[in-house]
Design a protein around this ligand. Structure first.
Ligand SMILES: C=C(O[C@@H]1C=C(C(=O)O)C=C[C@H]1O)C(=O)O
Length: 383
């Protein structure tokens, strides 16, 4: 067969795959409807296990190995669970207007722009995007009612916690209403045909620079220009039209500004993923059928064992902690505010009891929000 002919057939098959995936997604949403009316939890890992085992068996007969089949279906099932969760949570929240205004860092093509698109498209919301130049400006946009939601990166697998965002959360009345993770694939992006060995200047956001520190250490005689966002970096390179100047950011974002990939996989960690939070003026309650996370901040004081005592309360109520972070308290040198993420719904009996007890033994405690957890751990099967 001719190359073009085979490629046409591949193209046709891919279209069929897409149609089947869309069909499966619709069926999953129909399942969600049934679960909502029967008050059943959205996730059913026993069903996933049976399904994966059956698929691995059928895959073998088609010469598709177990690893390949499992990897593919982990992605498909994750999408289906997240779609169902978003649907149920959306119904709980009631109808919103035809569109939502969302503040995020940068403009079209920044990592926050893609995260915003992903989060709100899953909720079938029309987005009016409000690009901002700093995390502070993003928070202000929601506080003043200029935007309905903000999307903020909070941690990354290469650079860790994003302290600036943690610090802003200490002083805002806004609530965390959602989270999402998004892969961050850093590339060197330059003018088409620009030679990689002639780079003299790199434009990037400080977070991006931290995440690519090992790659940057290997370069000499290069000026680094700090930018407000990746989209700001793309814009600067596009405007200068200088082939010795490059930006670091995502491929799809760079494309919007006519930039080409000159190198890939720059992040210190191979799996470079950021977790984003979504904040709004009004807190939400999370449907019981969905796994929830609650984030709270507390100041325990510095008496011996104060933190242990606080964490023991969580242990006694059977509440698992997903993250513990500490940040300085402005005006109180060497005193720390603890940020705690727990895998619990703030309205559950155990969690309300734990919060009451923590309220008694800490000097300050505030719930920053309870929101659907998007951490869908894949169901493992023995093939
Ligand atoms: C679609 C369902 O919901 C979830 C998603 C599944 C899937 O995508 O196959 C399987 C089990 C559930 O965790 C279902 O329960 O059938």
């Amino acid at each position: 067969m001719e190359l073009t002919e085979v490629r046409q057939q591949i193209q046709h098959t891919d279209q069929e795959l897409l149609q089947l995936l869309a069909k499966r997604r619709k069926l999953a949403l129909a399942v969600a409807e049934a679960k909502i009316s029967q008050n059943k939890p959205i996730r059913d890992q026993q069903r996933e296990e049976e399904l994966l085992l059956r698929l691995i068996e059928s895959g073998k007969a088609l010469e598709l190995d177990a690893h390949y089949v499992t990897r593919l279906f982990h992605v498909i099932i994750e999408d289906s669970v997240l779609q169902q969760q978003a649907k149920l949570q959306g119904e709980l929240r009631g109808m919103q207007g035809p569109s939502v205004k969302v503040a995020y860092l940068g403009g079209q093509g920044s990592y926050s722009y893609w995260a915003t698109q992903k989060y709100f498209t899953r909720r079938a919301e029309q987005i009016i995007d409000i690009g901002c130049d700093s995390f502070n400006e993003i928070i202000k946009a929601v506080e003043t009612g200029h935007a309905d939601y903000a999307v903020l990166p909070i941690e990354n697998t290469s650079s860790g916690s994003i302290n600036e965002v943690y610090d802003l959360l200490q002083h805002t009345r806004l609530s965390i209403v959602g989270e999402l993770t998004h892969p961050i694939d850093h590339c060197v992006l330059g003018l088409p045909g620009a030679p990689l060995n002639q780079i003299r200047q790199i434009c990037a956001h400080p977070q991006v620079i931290a995440q690519c520190s090992q790659f940057l250490l290997g370069l000499t005689n290069i000026k680094v220009e700090y930018c407000d966002s990746s989209s700001d970096a793309f814009q600067r390179v596009q405007q200068k039209q200088d082939p010795t100047m490059v930006a670091i950011g995502g491929e799809a974002g760079g494309k919007i500004y006519g930039l080409e990939v000159l190198a890939r996989e720059l992040a210190n960690q191979k799996d470079n993923v950021s977790r984003f939070i979504v904040v709004a003026r009004k807190a939400v309650s999370v449907a019981k059928a969905i796994p929830a996370k609650t984030t709270f901040i507390m100041f325990t004081g510095q008496q011996p064992g104060a933190l242990v005592d606080a964490l023991t309360v969580l242990k006694r109520h059977g509440i698992s902690m997903a993250k513990l972070e500490s940040r300085p308290i402005p005006g109180n040198p060497w005193e720390e505010m603890f940020y705690v993420d727990v895998l619990a719904n703030a309205n559950d009996y155990a969690m309300t009891r734990a919060l009451e007890e923590l309220n008694r033994i800490t000097k300050f405690i505030k719930v920053l929000g309870c929101y659907p957890s998007e951490d869908i751990q894949p169901t493992q099967v023995e093939a």
